[in-house]
Design a protein around this ligand. Structure first.
Ligand SMILES: [Fe+2]
Length: 190
């Protein structure tokens, strides 16, 4: 069996993040048409993005992958890693807005869905192009510069983030959440 690489783990996480983006975009379109969606959907999705995408996935990148790439000579400031870091930061602002408005939606107190819809669309647009850049440019770059020992250390680091930052069983819980919300929104998987 071929050795697993950290970028394989991270790319698989991108696929999960994209599925949740499909869910929230479909939900935002419904809300915009004045149709209801399950009350907790946006708040749950915002929690998914804050934890699975940001706390888990982005910390694997920021604390480990990008750091090792920088040690192997890829520039941070003004280079591709700097762009990725700035986009993670922009994403955090959208997720905060999605969570605030999503909480109001869940409580039934959201009068105007404009800010919610904007946060969903802004975040989805940002993340989709961000993920594409990582999959097509940044990760291939990592594969060129990282040594086999780096790869092994990074896979271990990803497993450690999983255990220590997220806790046992959290990853599975988030995958179950994707499937549940896809069912609630009647989203067919491509
Ligand atoms: Fe990523």
């Amino acid at each position: 069996m071929a050795e697993q690489k950290a970028t394989d783990i991270l790319m698989a996480e991108h696929r999960g993040i994209e599925r949740m983006l499909n869910v929230v975009e479909a939900a935002a379109a419904r809300v915009e048409r004045g149709e209801p969606v399950p009350p907790a959907l946006f708040a749950d999705a915002a929690a998914f993005f804050a934890n699975f995408a940001d706390r888990c996935h982005h910390s694997k990148e920021e604390q480990h992958l990008f750091k090792t790439m920088a040690e192997r000579g890829i520039p941070v400031e003004g280079g591709p890693i700097g762009v990725m870091l700035a986009e993670h930061e922009q994403g955090r602002a959208y997720v905060r807005a999605m969570r605030e408005e999503g909480d109001k939606y869940a409580a039934g107190t959201l009068k105007d869905p404009h800010r919610l819809v904007e946060a969903v669309r802004g975040y989805a647009g940002l993340l989709r192009q961000h993920i594409m850049k990582e999959d097509r440019v940044l990760y291939p770059m990592a594969e060129r510069v990282l040594t086999p020992m780096d790869q092994t250390a990074l896979v271990e680091a990803c497993e450690r983030v999983e255990r220590e930052e997220m806790g046992e069983g959290e990853h599975e819980r988030f995958h179950a959440m994707i499937e549940q919300l896809e069912r609630e929104m009647a989203i067919e998987r491509a």
